[in-house]
Every structure is written in structure tokens, then in C-alpha cells.
Design a protein around this ligand. Sequence first.
Ligand code: COA
Length: 357
Amino acid sequence: MGQAGLEGVVAAETRLSDVDGEKGRLVIAGHDVERLAGQTRFEGACGLLWDGVLPDAAGEERLRAELAAGRCAAFERLPALGDALSAPDGMEALRAALAHLRGTPPAGLVAAVAVFTAAWIRARLGEPPLPPEREAWHAEDFLRMSRGGAPAPSEVRALDTYWVTVCDHGMNASTFAARVVVSTGSDDVSAVVAAVGALKGPLHGGAPGPVLDMLDGIGRPERAEAWLAGELAAGRRIMGMGHRIYRTRDPRAAVLEKAVEALASGAGAAPRLALARAVERAAEGVLRARHPERPLRANVEFYTALLLDGVGLPRDAFAPAFAASRVAGWLAHAREQRETGRLIRPASRYVGPPPAA
Ligand code: COA
């Protein structure tokens, strides 16, 4: 069955990121994720992925201006999106809205994901969309457009840390989907729409909302073990735990746990962080007992849930907020794939009946 999930199959050579599942290490274009996150804003991560080097102050400012212009252009398109943003599922809304775009450059597509997500969040509350601010940095403006009002600098820092942490991650399912689409000679918008479709699934990007539901369901640290054992007994998976590649704790979980700690100090969210840590320890224990052969530890989505909740985003917007960063990685991969000029076209093994004689 190893073949069914293409485990270990190398589908591309990339300069963008390297995931070492045994050592629990993530390198993004030559930078360890632990050092990159917190060192640069999301604009810096875009520059790193698209140009191969971390931009200097002038380069970061150029990217800021490009994303801001993209946000303004995306905002102007909102009236032309019909009922795309009225879908109850945020990823469905994003998929439908992005499909309206044509010939949009990478910065415009990245900006559009943020603007459409913010407009969807507002539409769910029955509120009109809030226009972008041309002078703002991307994370700051996304929070403002989503919630209204100026976000605190600690919230902007936390979202930047999150977005930098998740901007790229090897040949994950949505990135692969984007590369397959581009390999046919198709365009970036189509690649991003396909990638959003892949990210929509709960096994890929849909776990952080359910992680929060799980924490709510558990309520108190002392209830964690029995609650989690009940989930396993019912045949359900524990959200935010396990990973296709990592056989260690996902290094991004550590980065985000730290970011949540910084955000929680002074914001009254510390009890929830303590609960999450207790649940993580208990989940490791019950999963170790159930699968002694396979380390199943926290993945990126475990602390993502706390971080995105901590910056005031509704839990059903967590997957689109993830897409708002990963789209930068998808587009970098799209360019890299285009450069190879090679159609991705694997084979299948026929196991159907032979033709009648
Ligand atoms: N909870 C309970 N059991 C889990 C588990 C989890 N979170 N993750 C894996 N397992 C179990 C599987 O049931 C399977 O057991 P089995 O052989 O008895 O059926 C075994 O571990 C191997 O799992 P497999 O499905 O082969 O692993 P994978 O590489 O396909 O899984 C994930 C990777 C991420 C899909 C999986 O760990 C998962 O579903 N996690 C929860 C969802 C999640 O957090 N997604 C976000 C990913 S970033």
C-alpha cells in the first residue's frame, strides 16, 4: 500500500523547502524555520520564496507595496464575484472567488486570498467588506479587514510568525496539485484554485478548527486522557496529531507554541495554552500505546488553532488563513515547475478485468 500515497516518491527538485522527517527539521530556501519565523514579516517570506534571498528593507517595502496594490485590486473585484463568498465553507468560498480571476500576477493572487477571506468572514457576520489600507503591511491589514479596528502589534507579530512558518512545506498535497496543473502549461490562477481544493480536505489543511473543538470538548487537563481514548475507541483520529513525513514533533509546532506563549502573556489566554500542552502530552501517550511502531506527535495545526484563535479569527476561517500564506509557496512552486517544462504524468497499474476474448 506504500504506493497508494506516493510516500517517498521524489516528484520534483526544488530550491524552496526541505522537510527532514527523521530529524524534524524544516528548511525554507536555506533558512531553518525556527530562525526565519520571527526574523521577517510575511513580505520577507514572499521575497525569499520568489527571489531566493531574504529581501533587504527596500525589497521588503517593494513587496509590501505590491501586496497592498494587490489587495486594492482584489477589493475592487468583490462586487463582480456574485455569490461566491456566500458559501458556508470558507475554502469553498475561496475556491469559487479565486476562479473569477484571470491573468493575476503572484502578488495579486496572494493579496486576493487575504481579501476574499476577510470579506467572507465579514459576510458571515452580515457585515460589508472593509477596504484595504494601502500603507499597511499584509498581516496587519488582513486582521483589520477581517475584524475591523487596528490589531495590536503582538497580534500582527503572531500572524506574521504563523504565515512565515507555513509559507512552504515540501511536496505537500496542495503544492503537488499546483505543480501538476502548471506542468500541463496551465496558468497560476488554475494552479491556485486546484491547490485550494486540495487544502480543503481535513487530512491536509482542515485540522486546526477541529483542534479547538477538541480542546473545548476536553475542557480540563485531567479529562484529556479519557476523552482522547474515547475518540480512538470510536475509530476517530486525533486532530493536530500525526504527520505523513515527520517521525518527530513537527518543528513548526514548536515555533507556533512559542508564538502562542508570547501572544498569551498578558492577554488572558494562558489557561488555554496550559490545557493544550496537557492535551498534547496526553495525546502522545494514548497514541504511543495504540501505535508503538509509529511516532504520532503534534503537527503544525495543533498550535495553529490557538494562534489563529488568539488573533481573533473565527475557527471556520482557519483553513483560508492558512491558504493566505501557503499561496506564496504554491506560486513559487508553480514558477519552478514551469521552468522544468516537463509534464507530470505518472503511471497507474491496471487491476481491472482483462478484455473479453
Ligand atoms: N489519530 C489517531 N490515529 C492516527 C492519527 C491520529 N491523528 N494519525 C495517524 N494515525 C494512525 C492511523 O489510523 C494508522 O493506523 P492503522 O494503521 O491502525 O490504520 C496509522 O496511524 C498510520 O496512519 P496513516 O494514515 O498511514 O498515516 P498518514 O501518513 O497517512 O497520516 C495524517 C498523516 C496527517 C493524515 C494523519 O496523521 C492524520 O489524519 N492526522 C490527523 C489530521 C491532521 O492533524 N491533519 C493535519 C496534518 S498537517
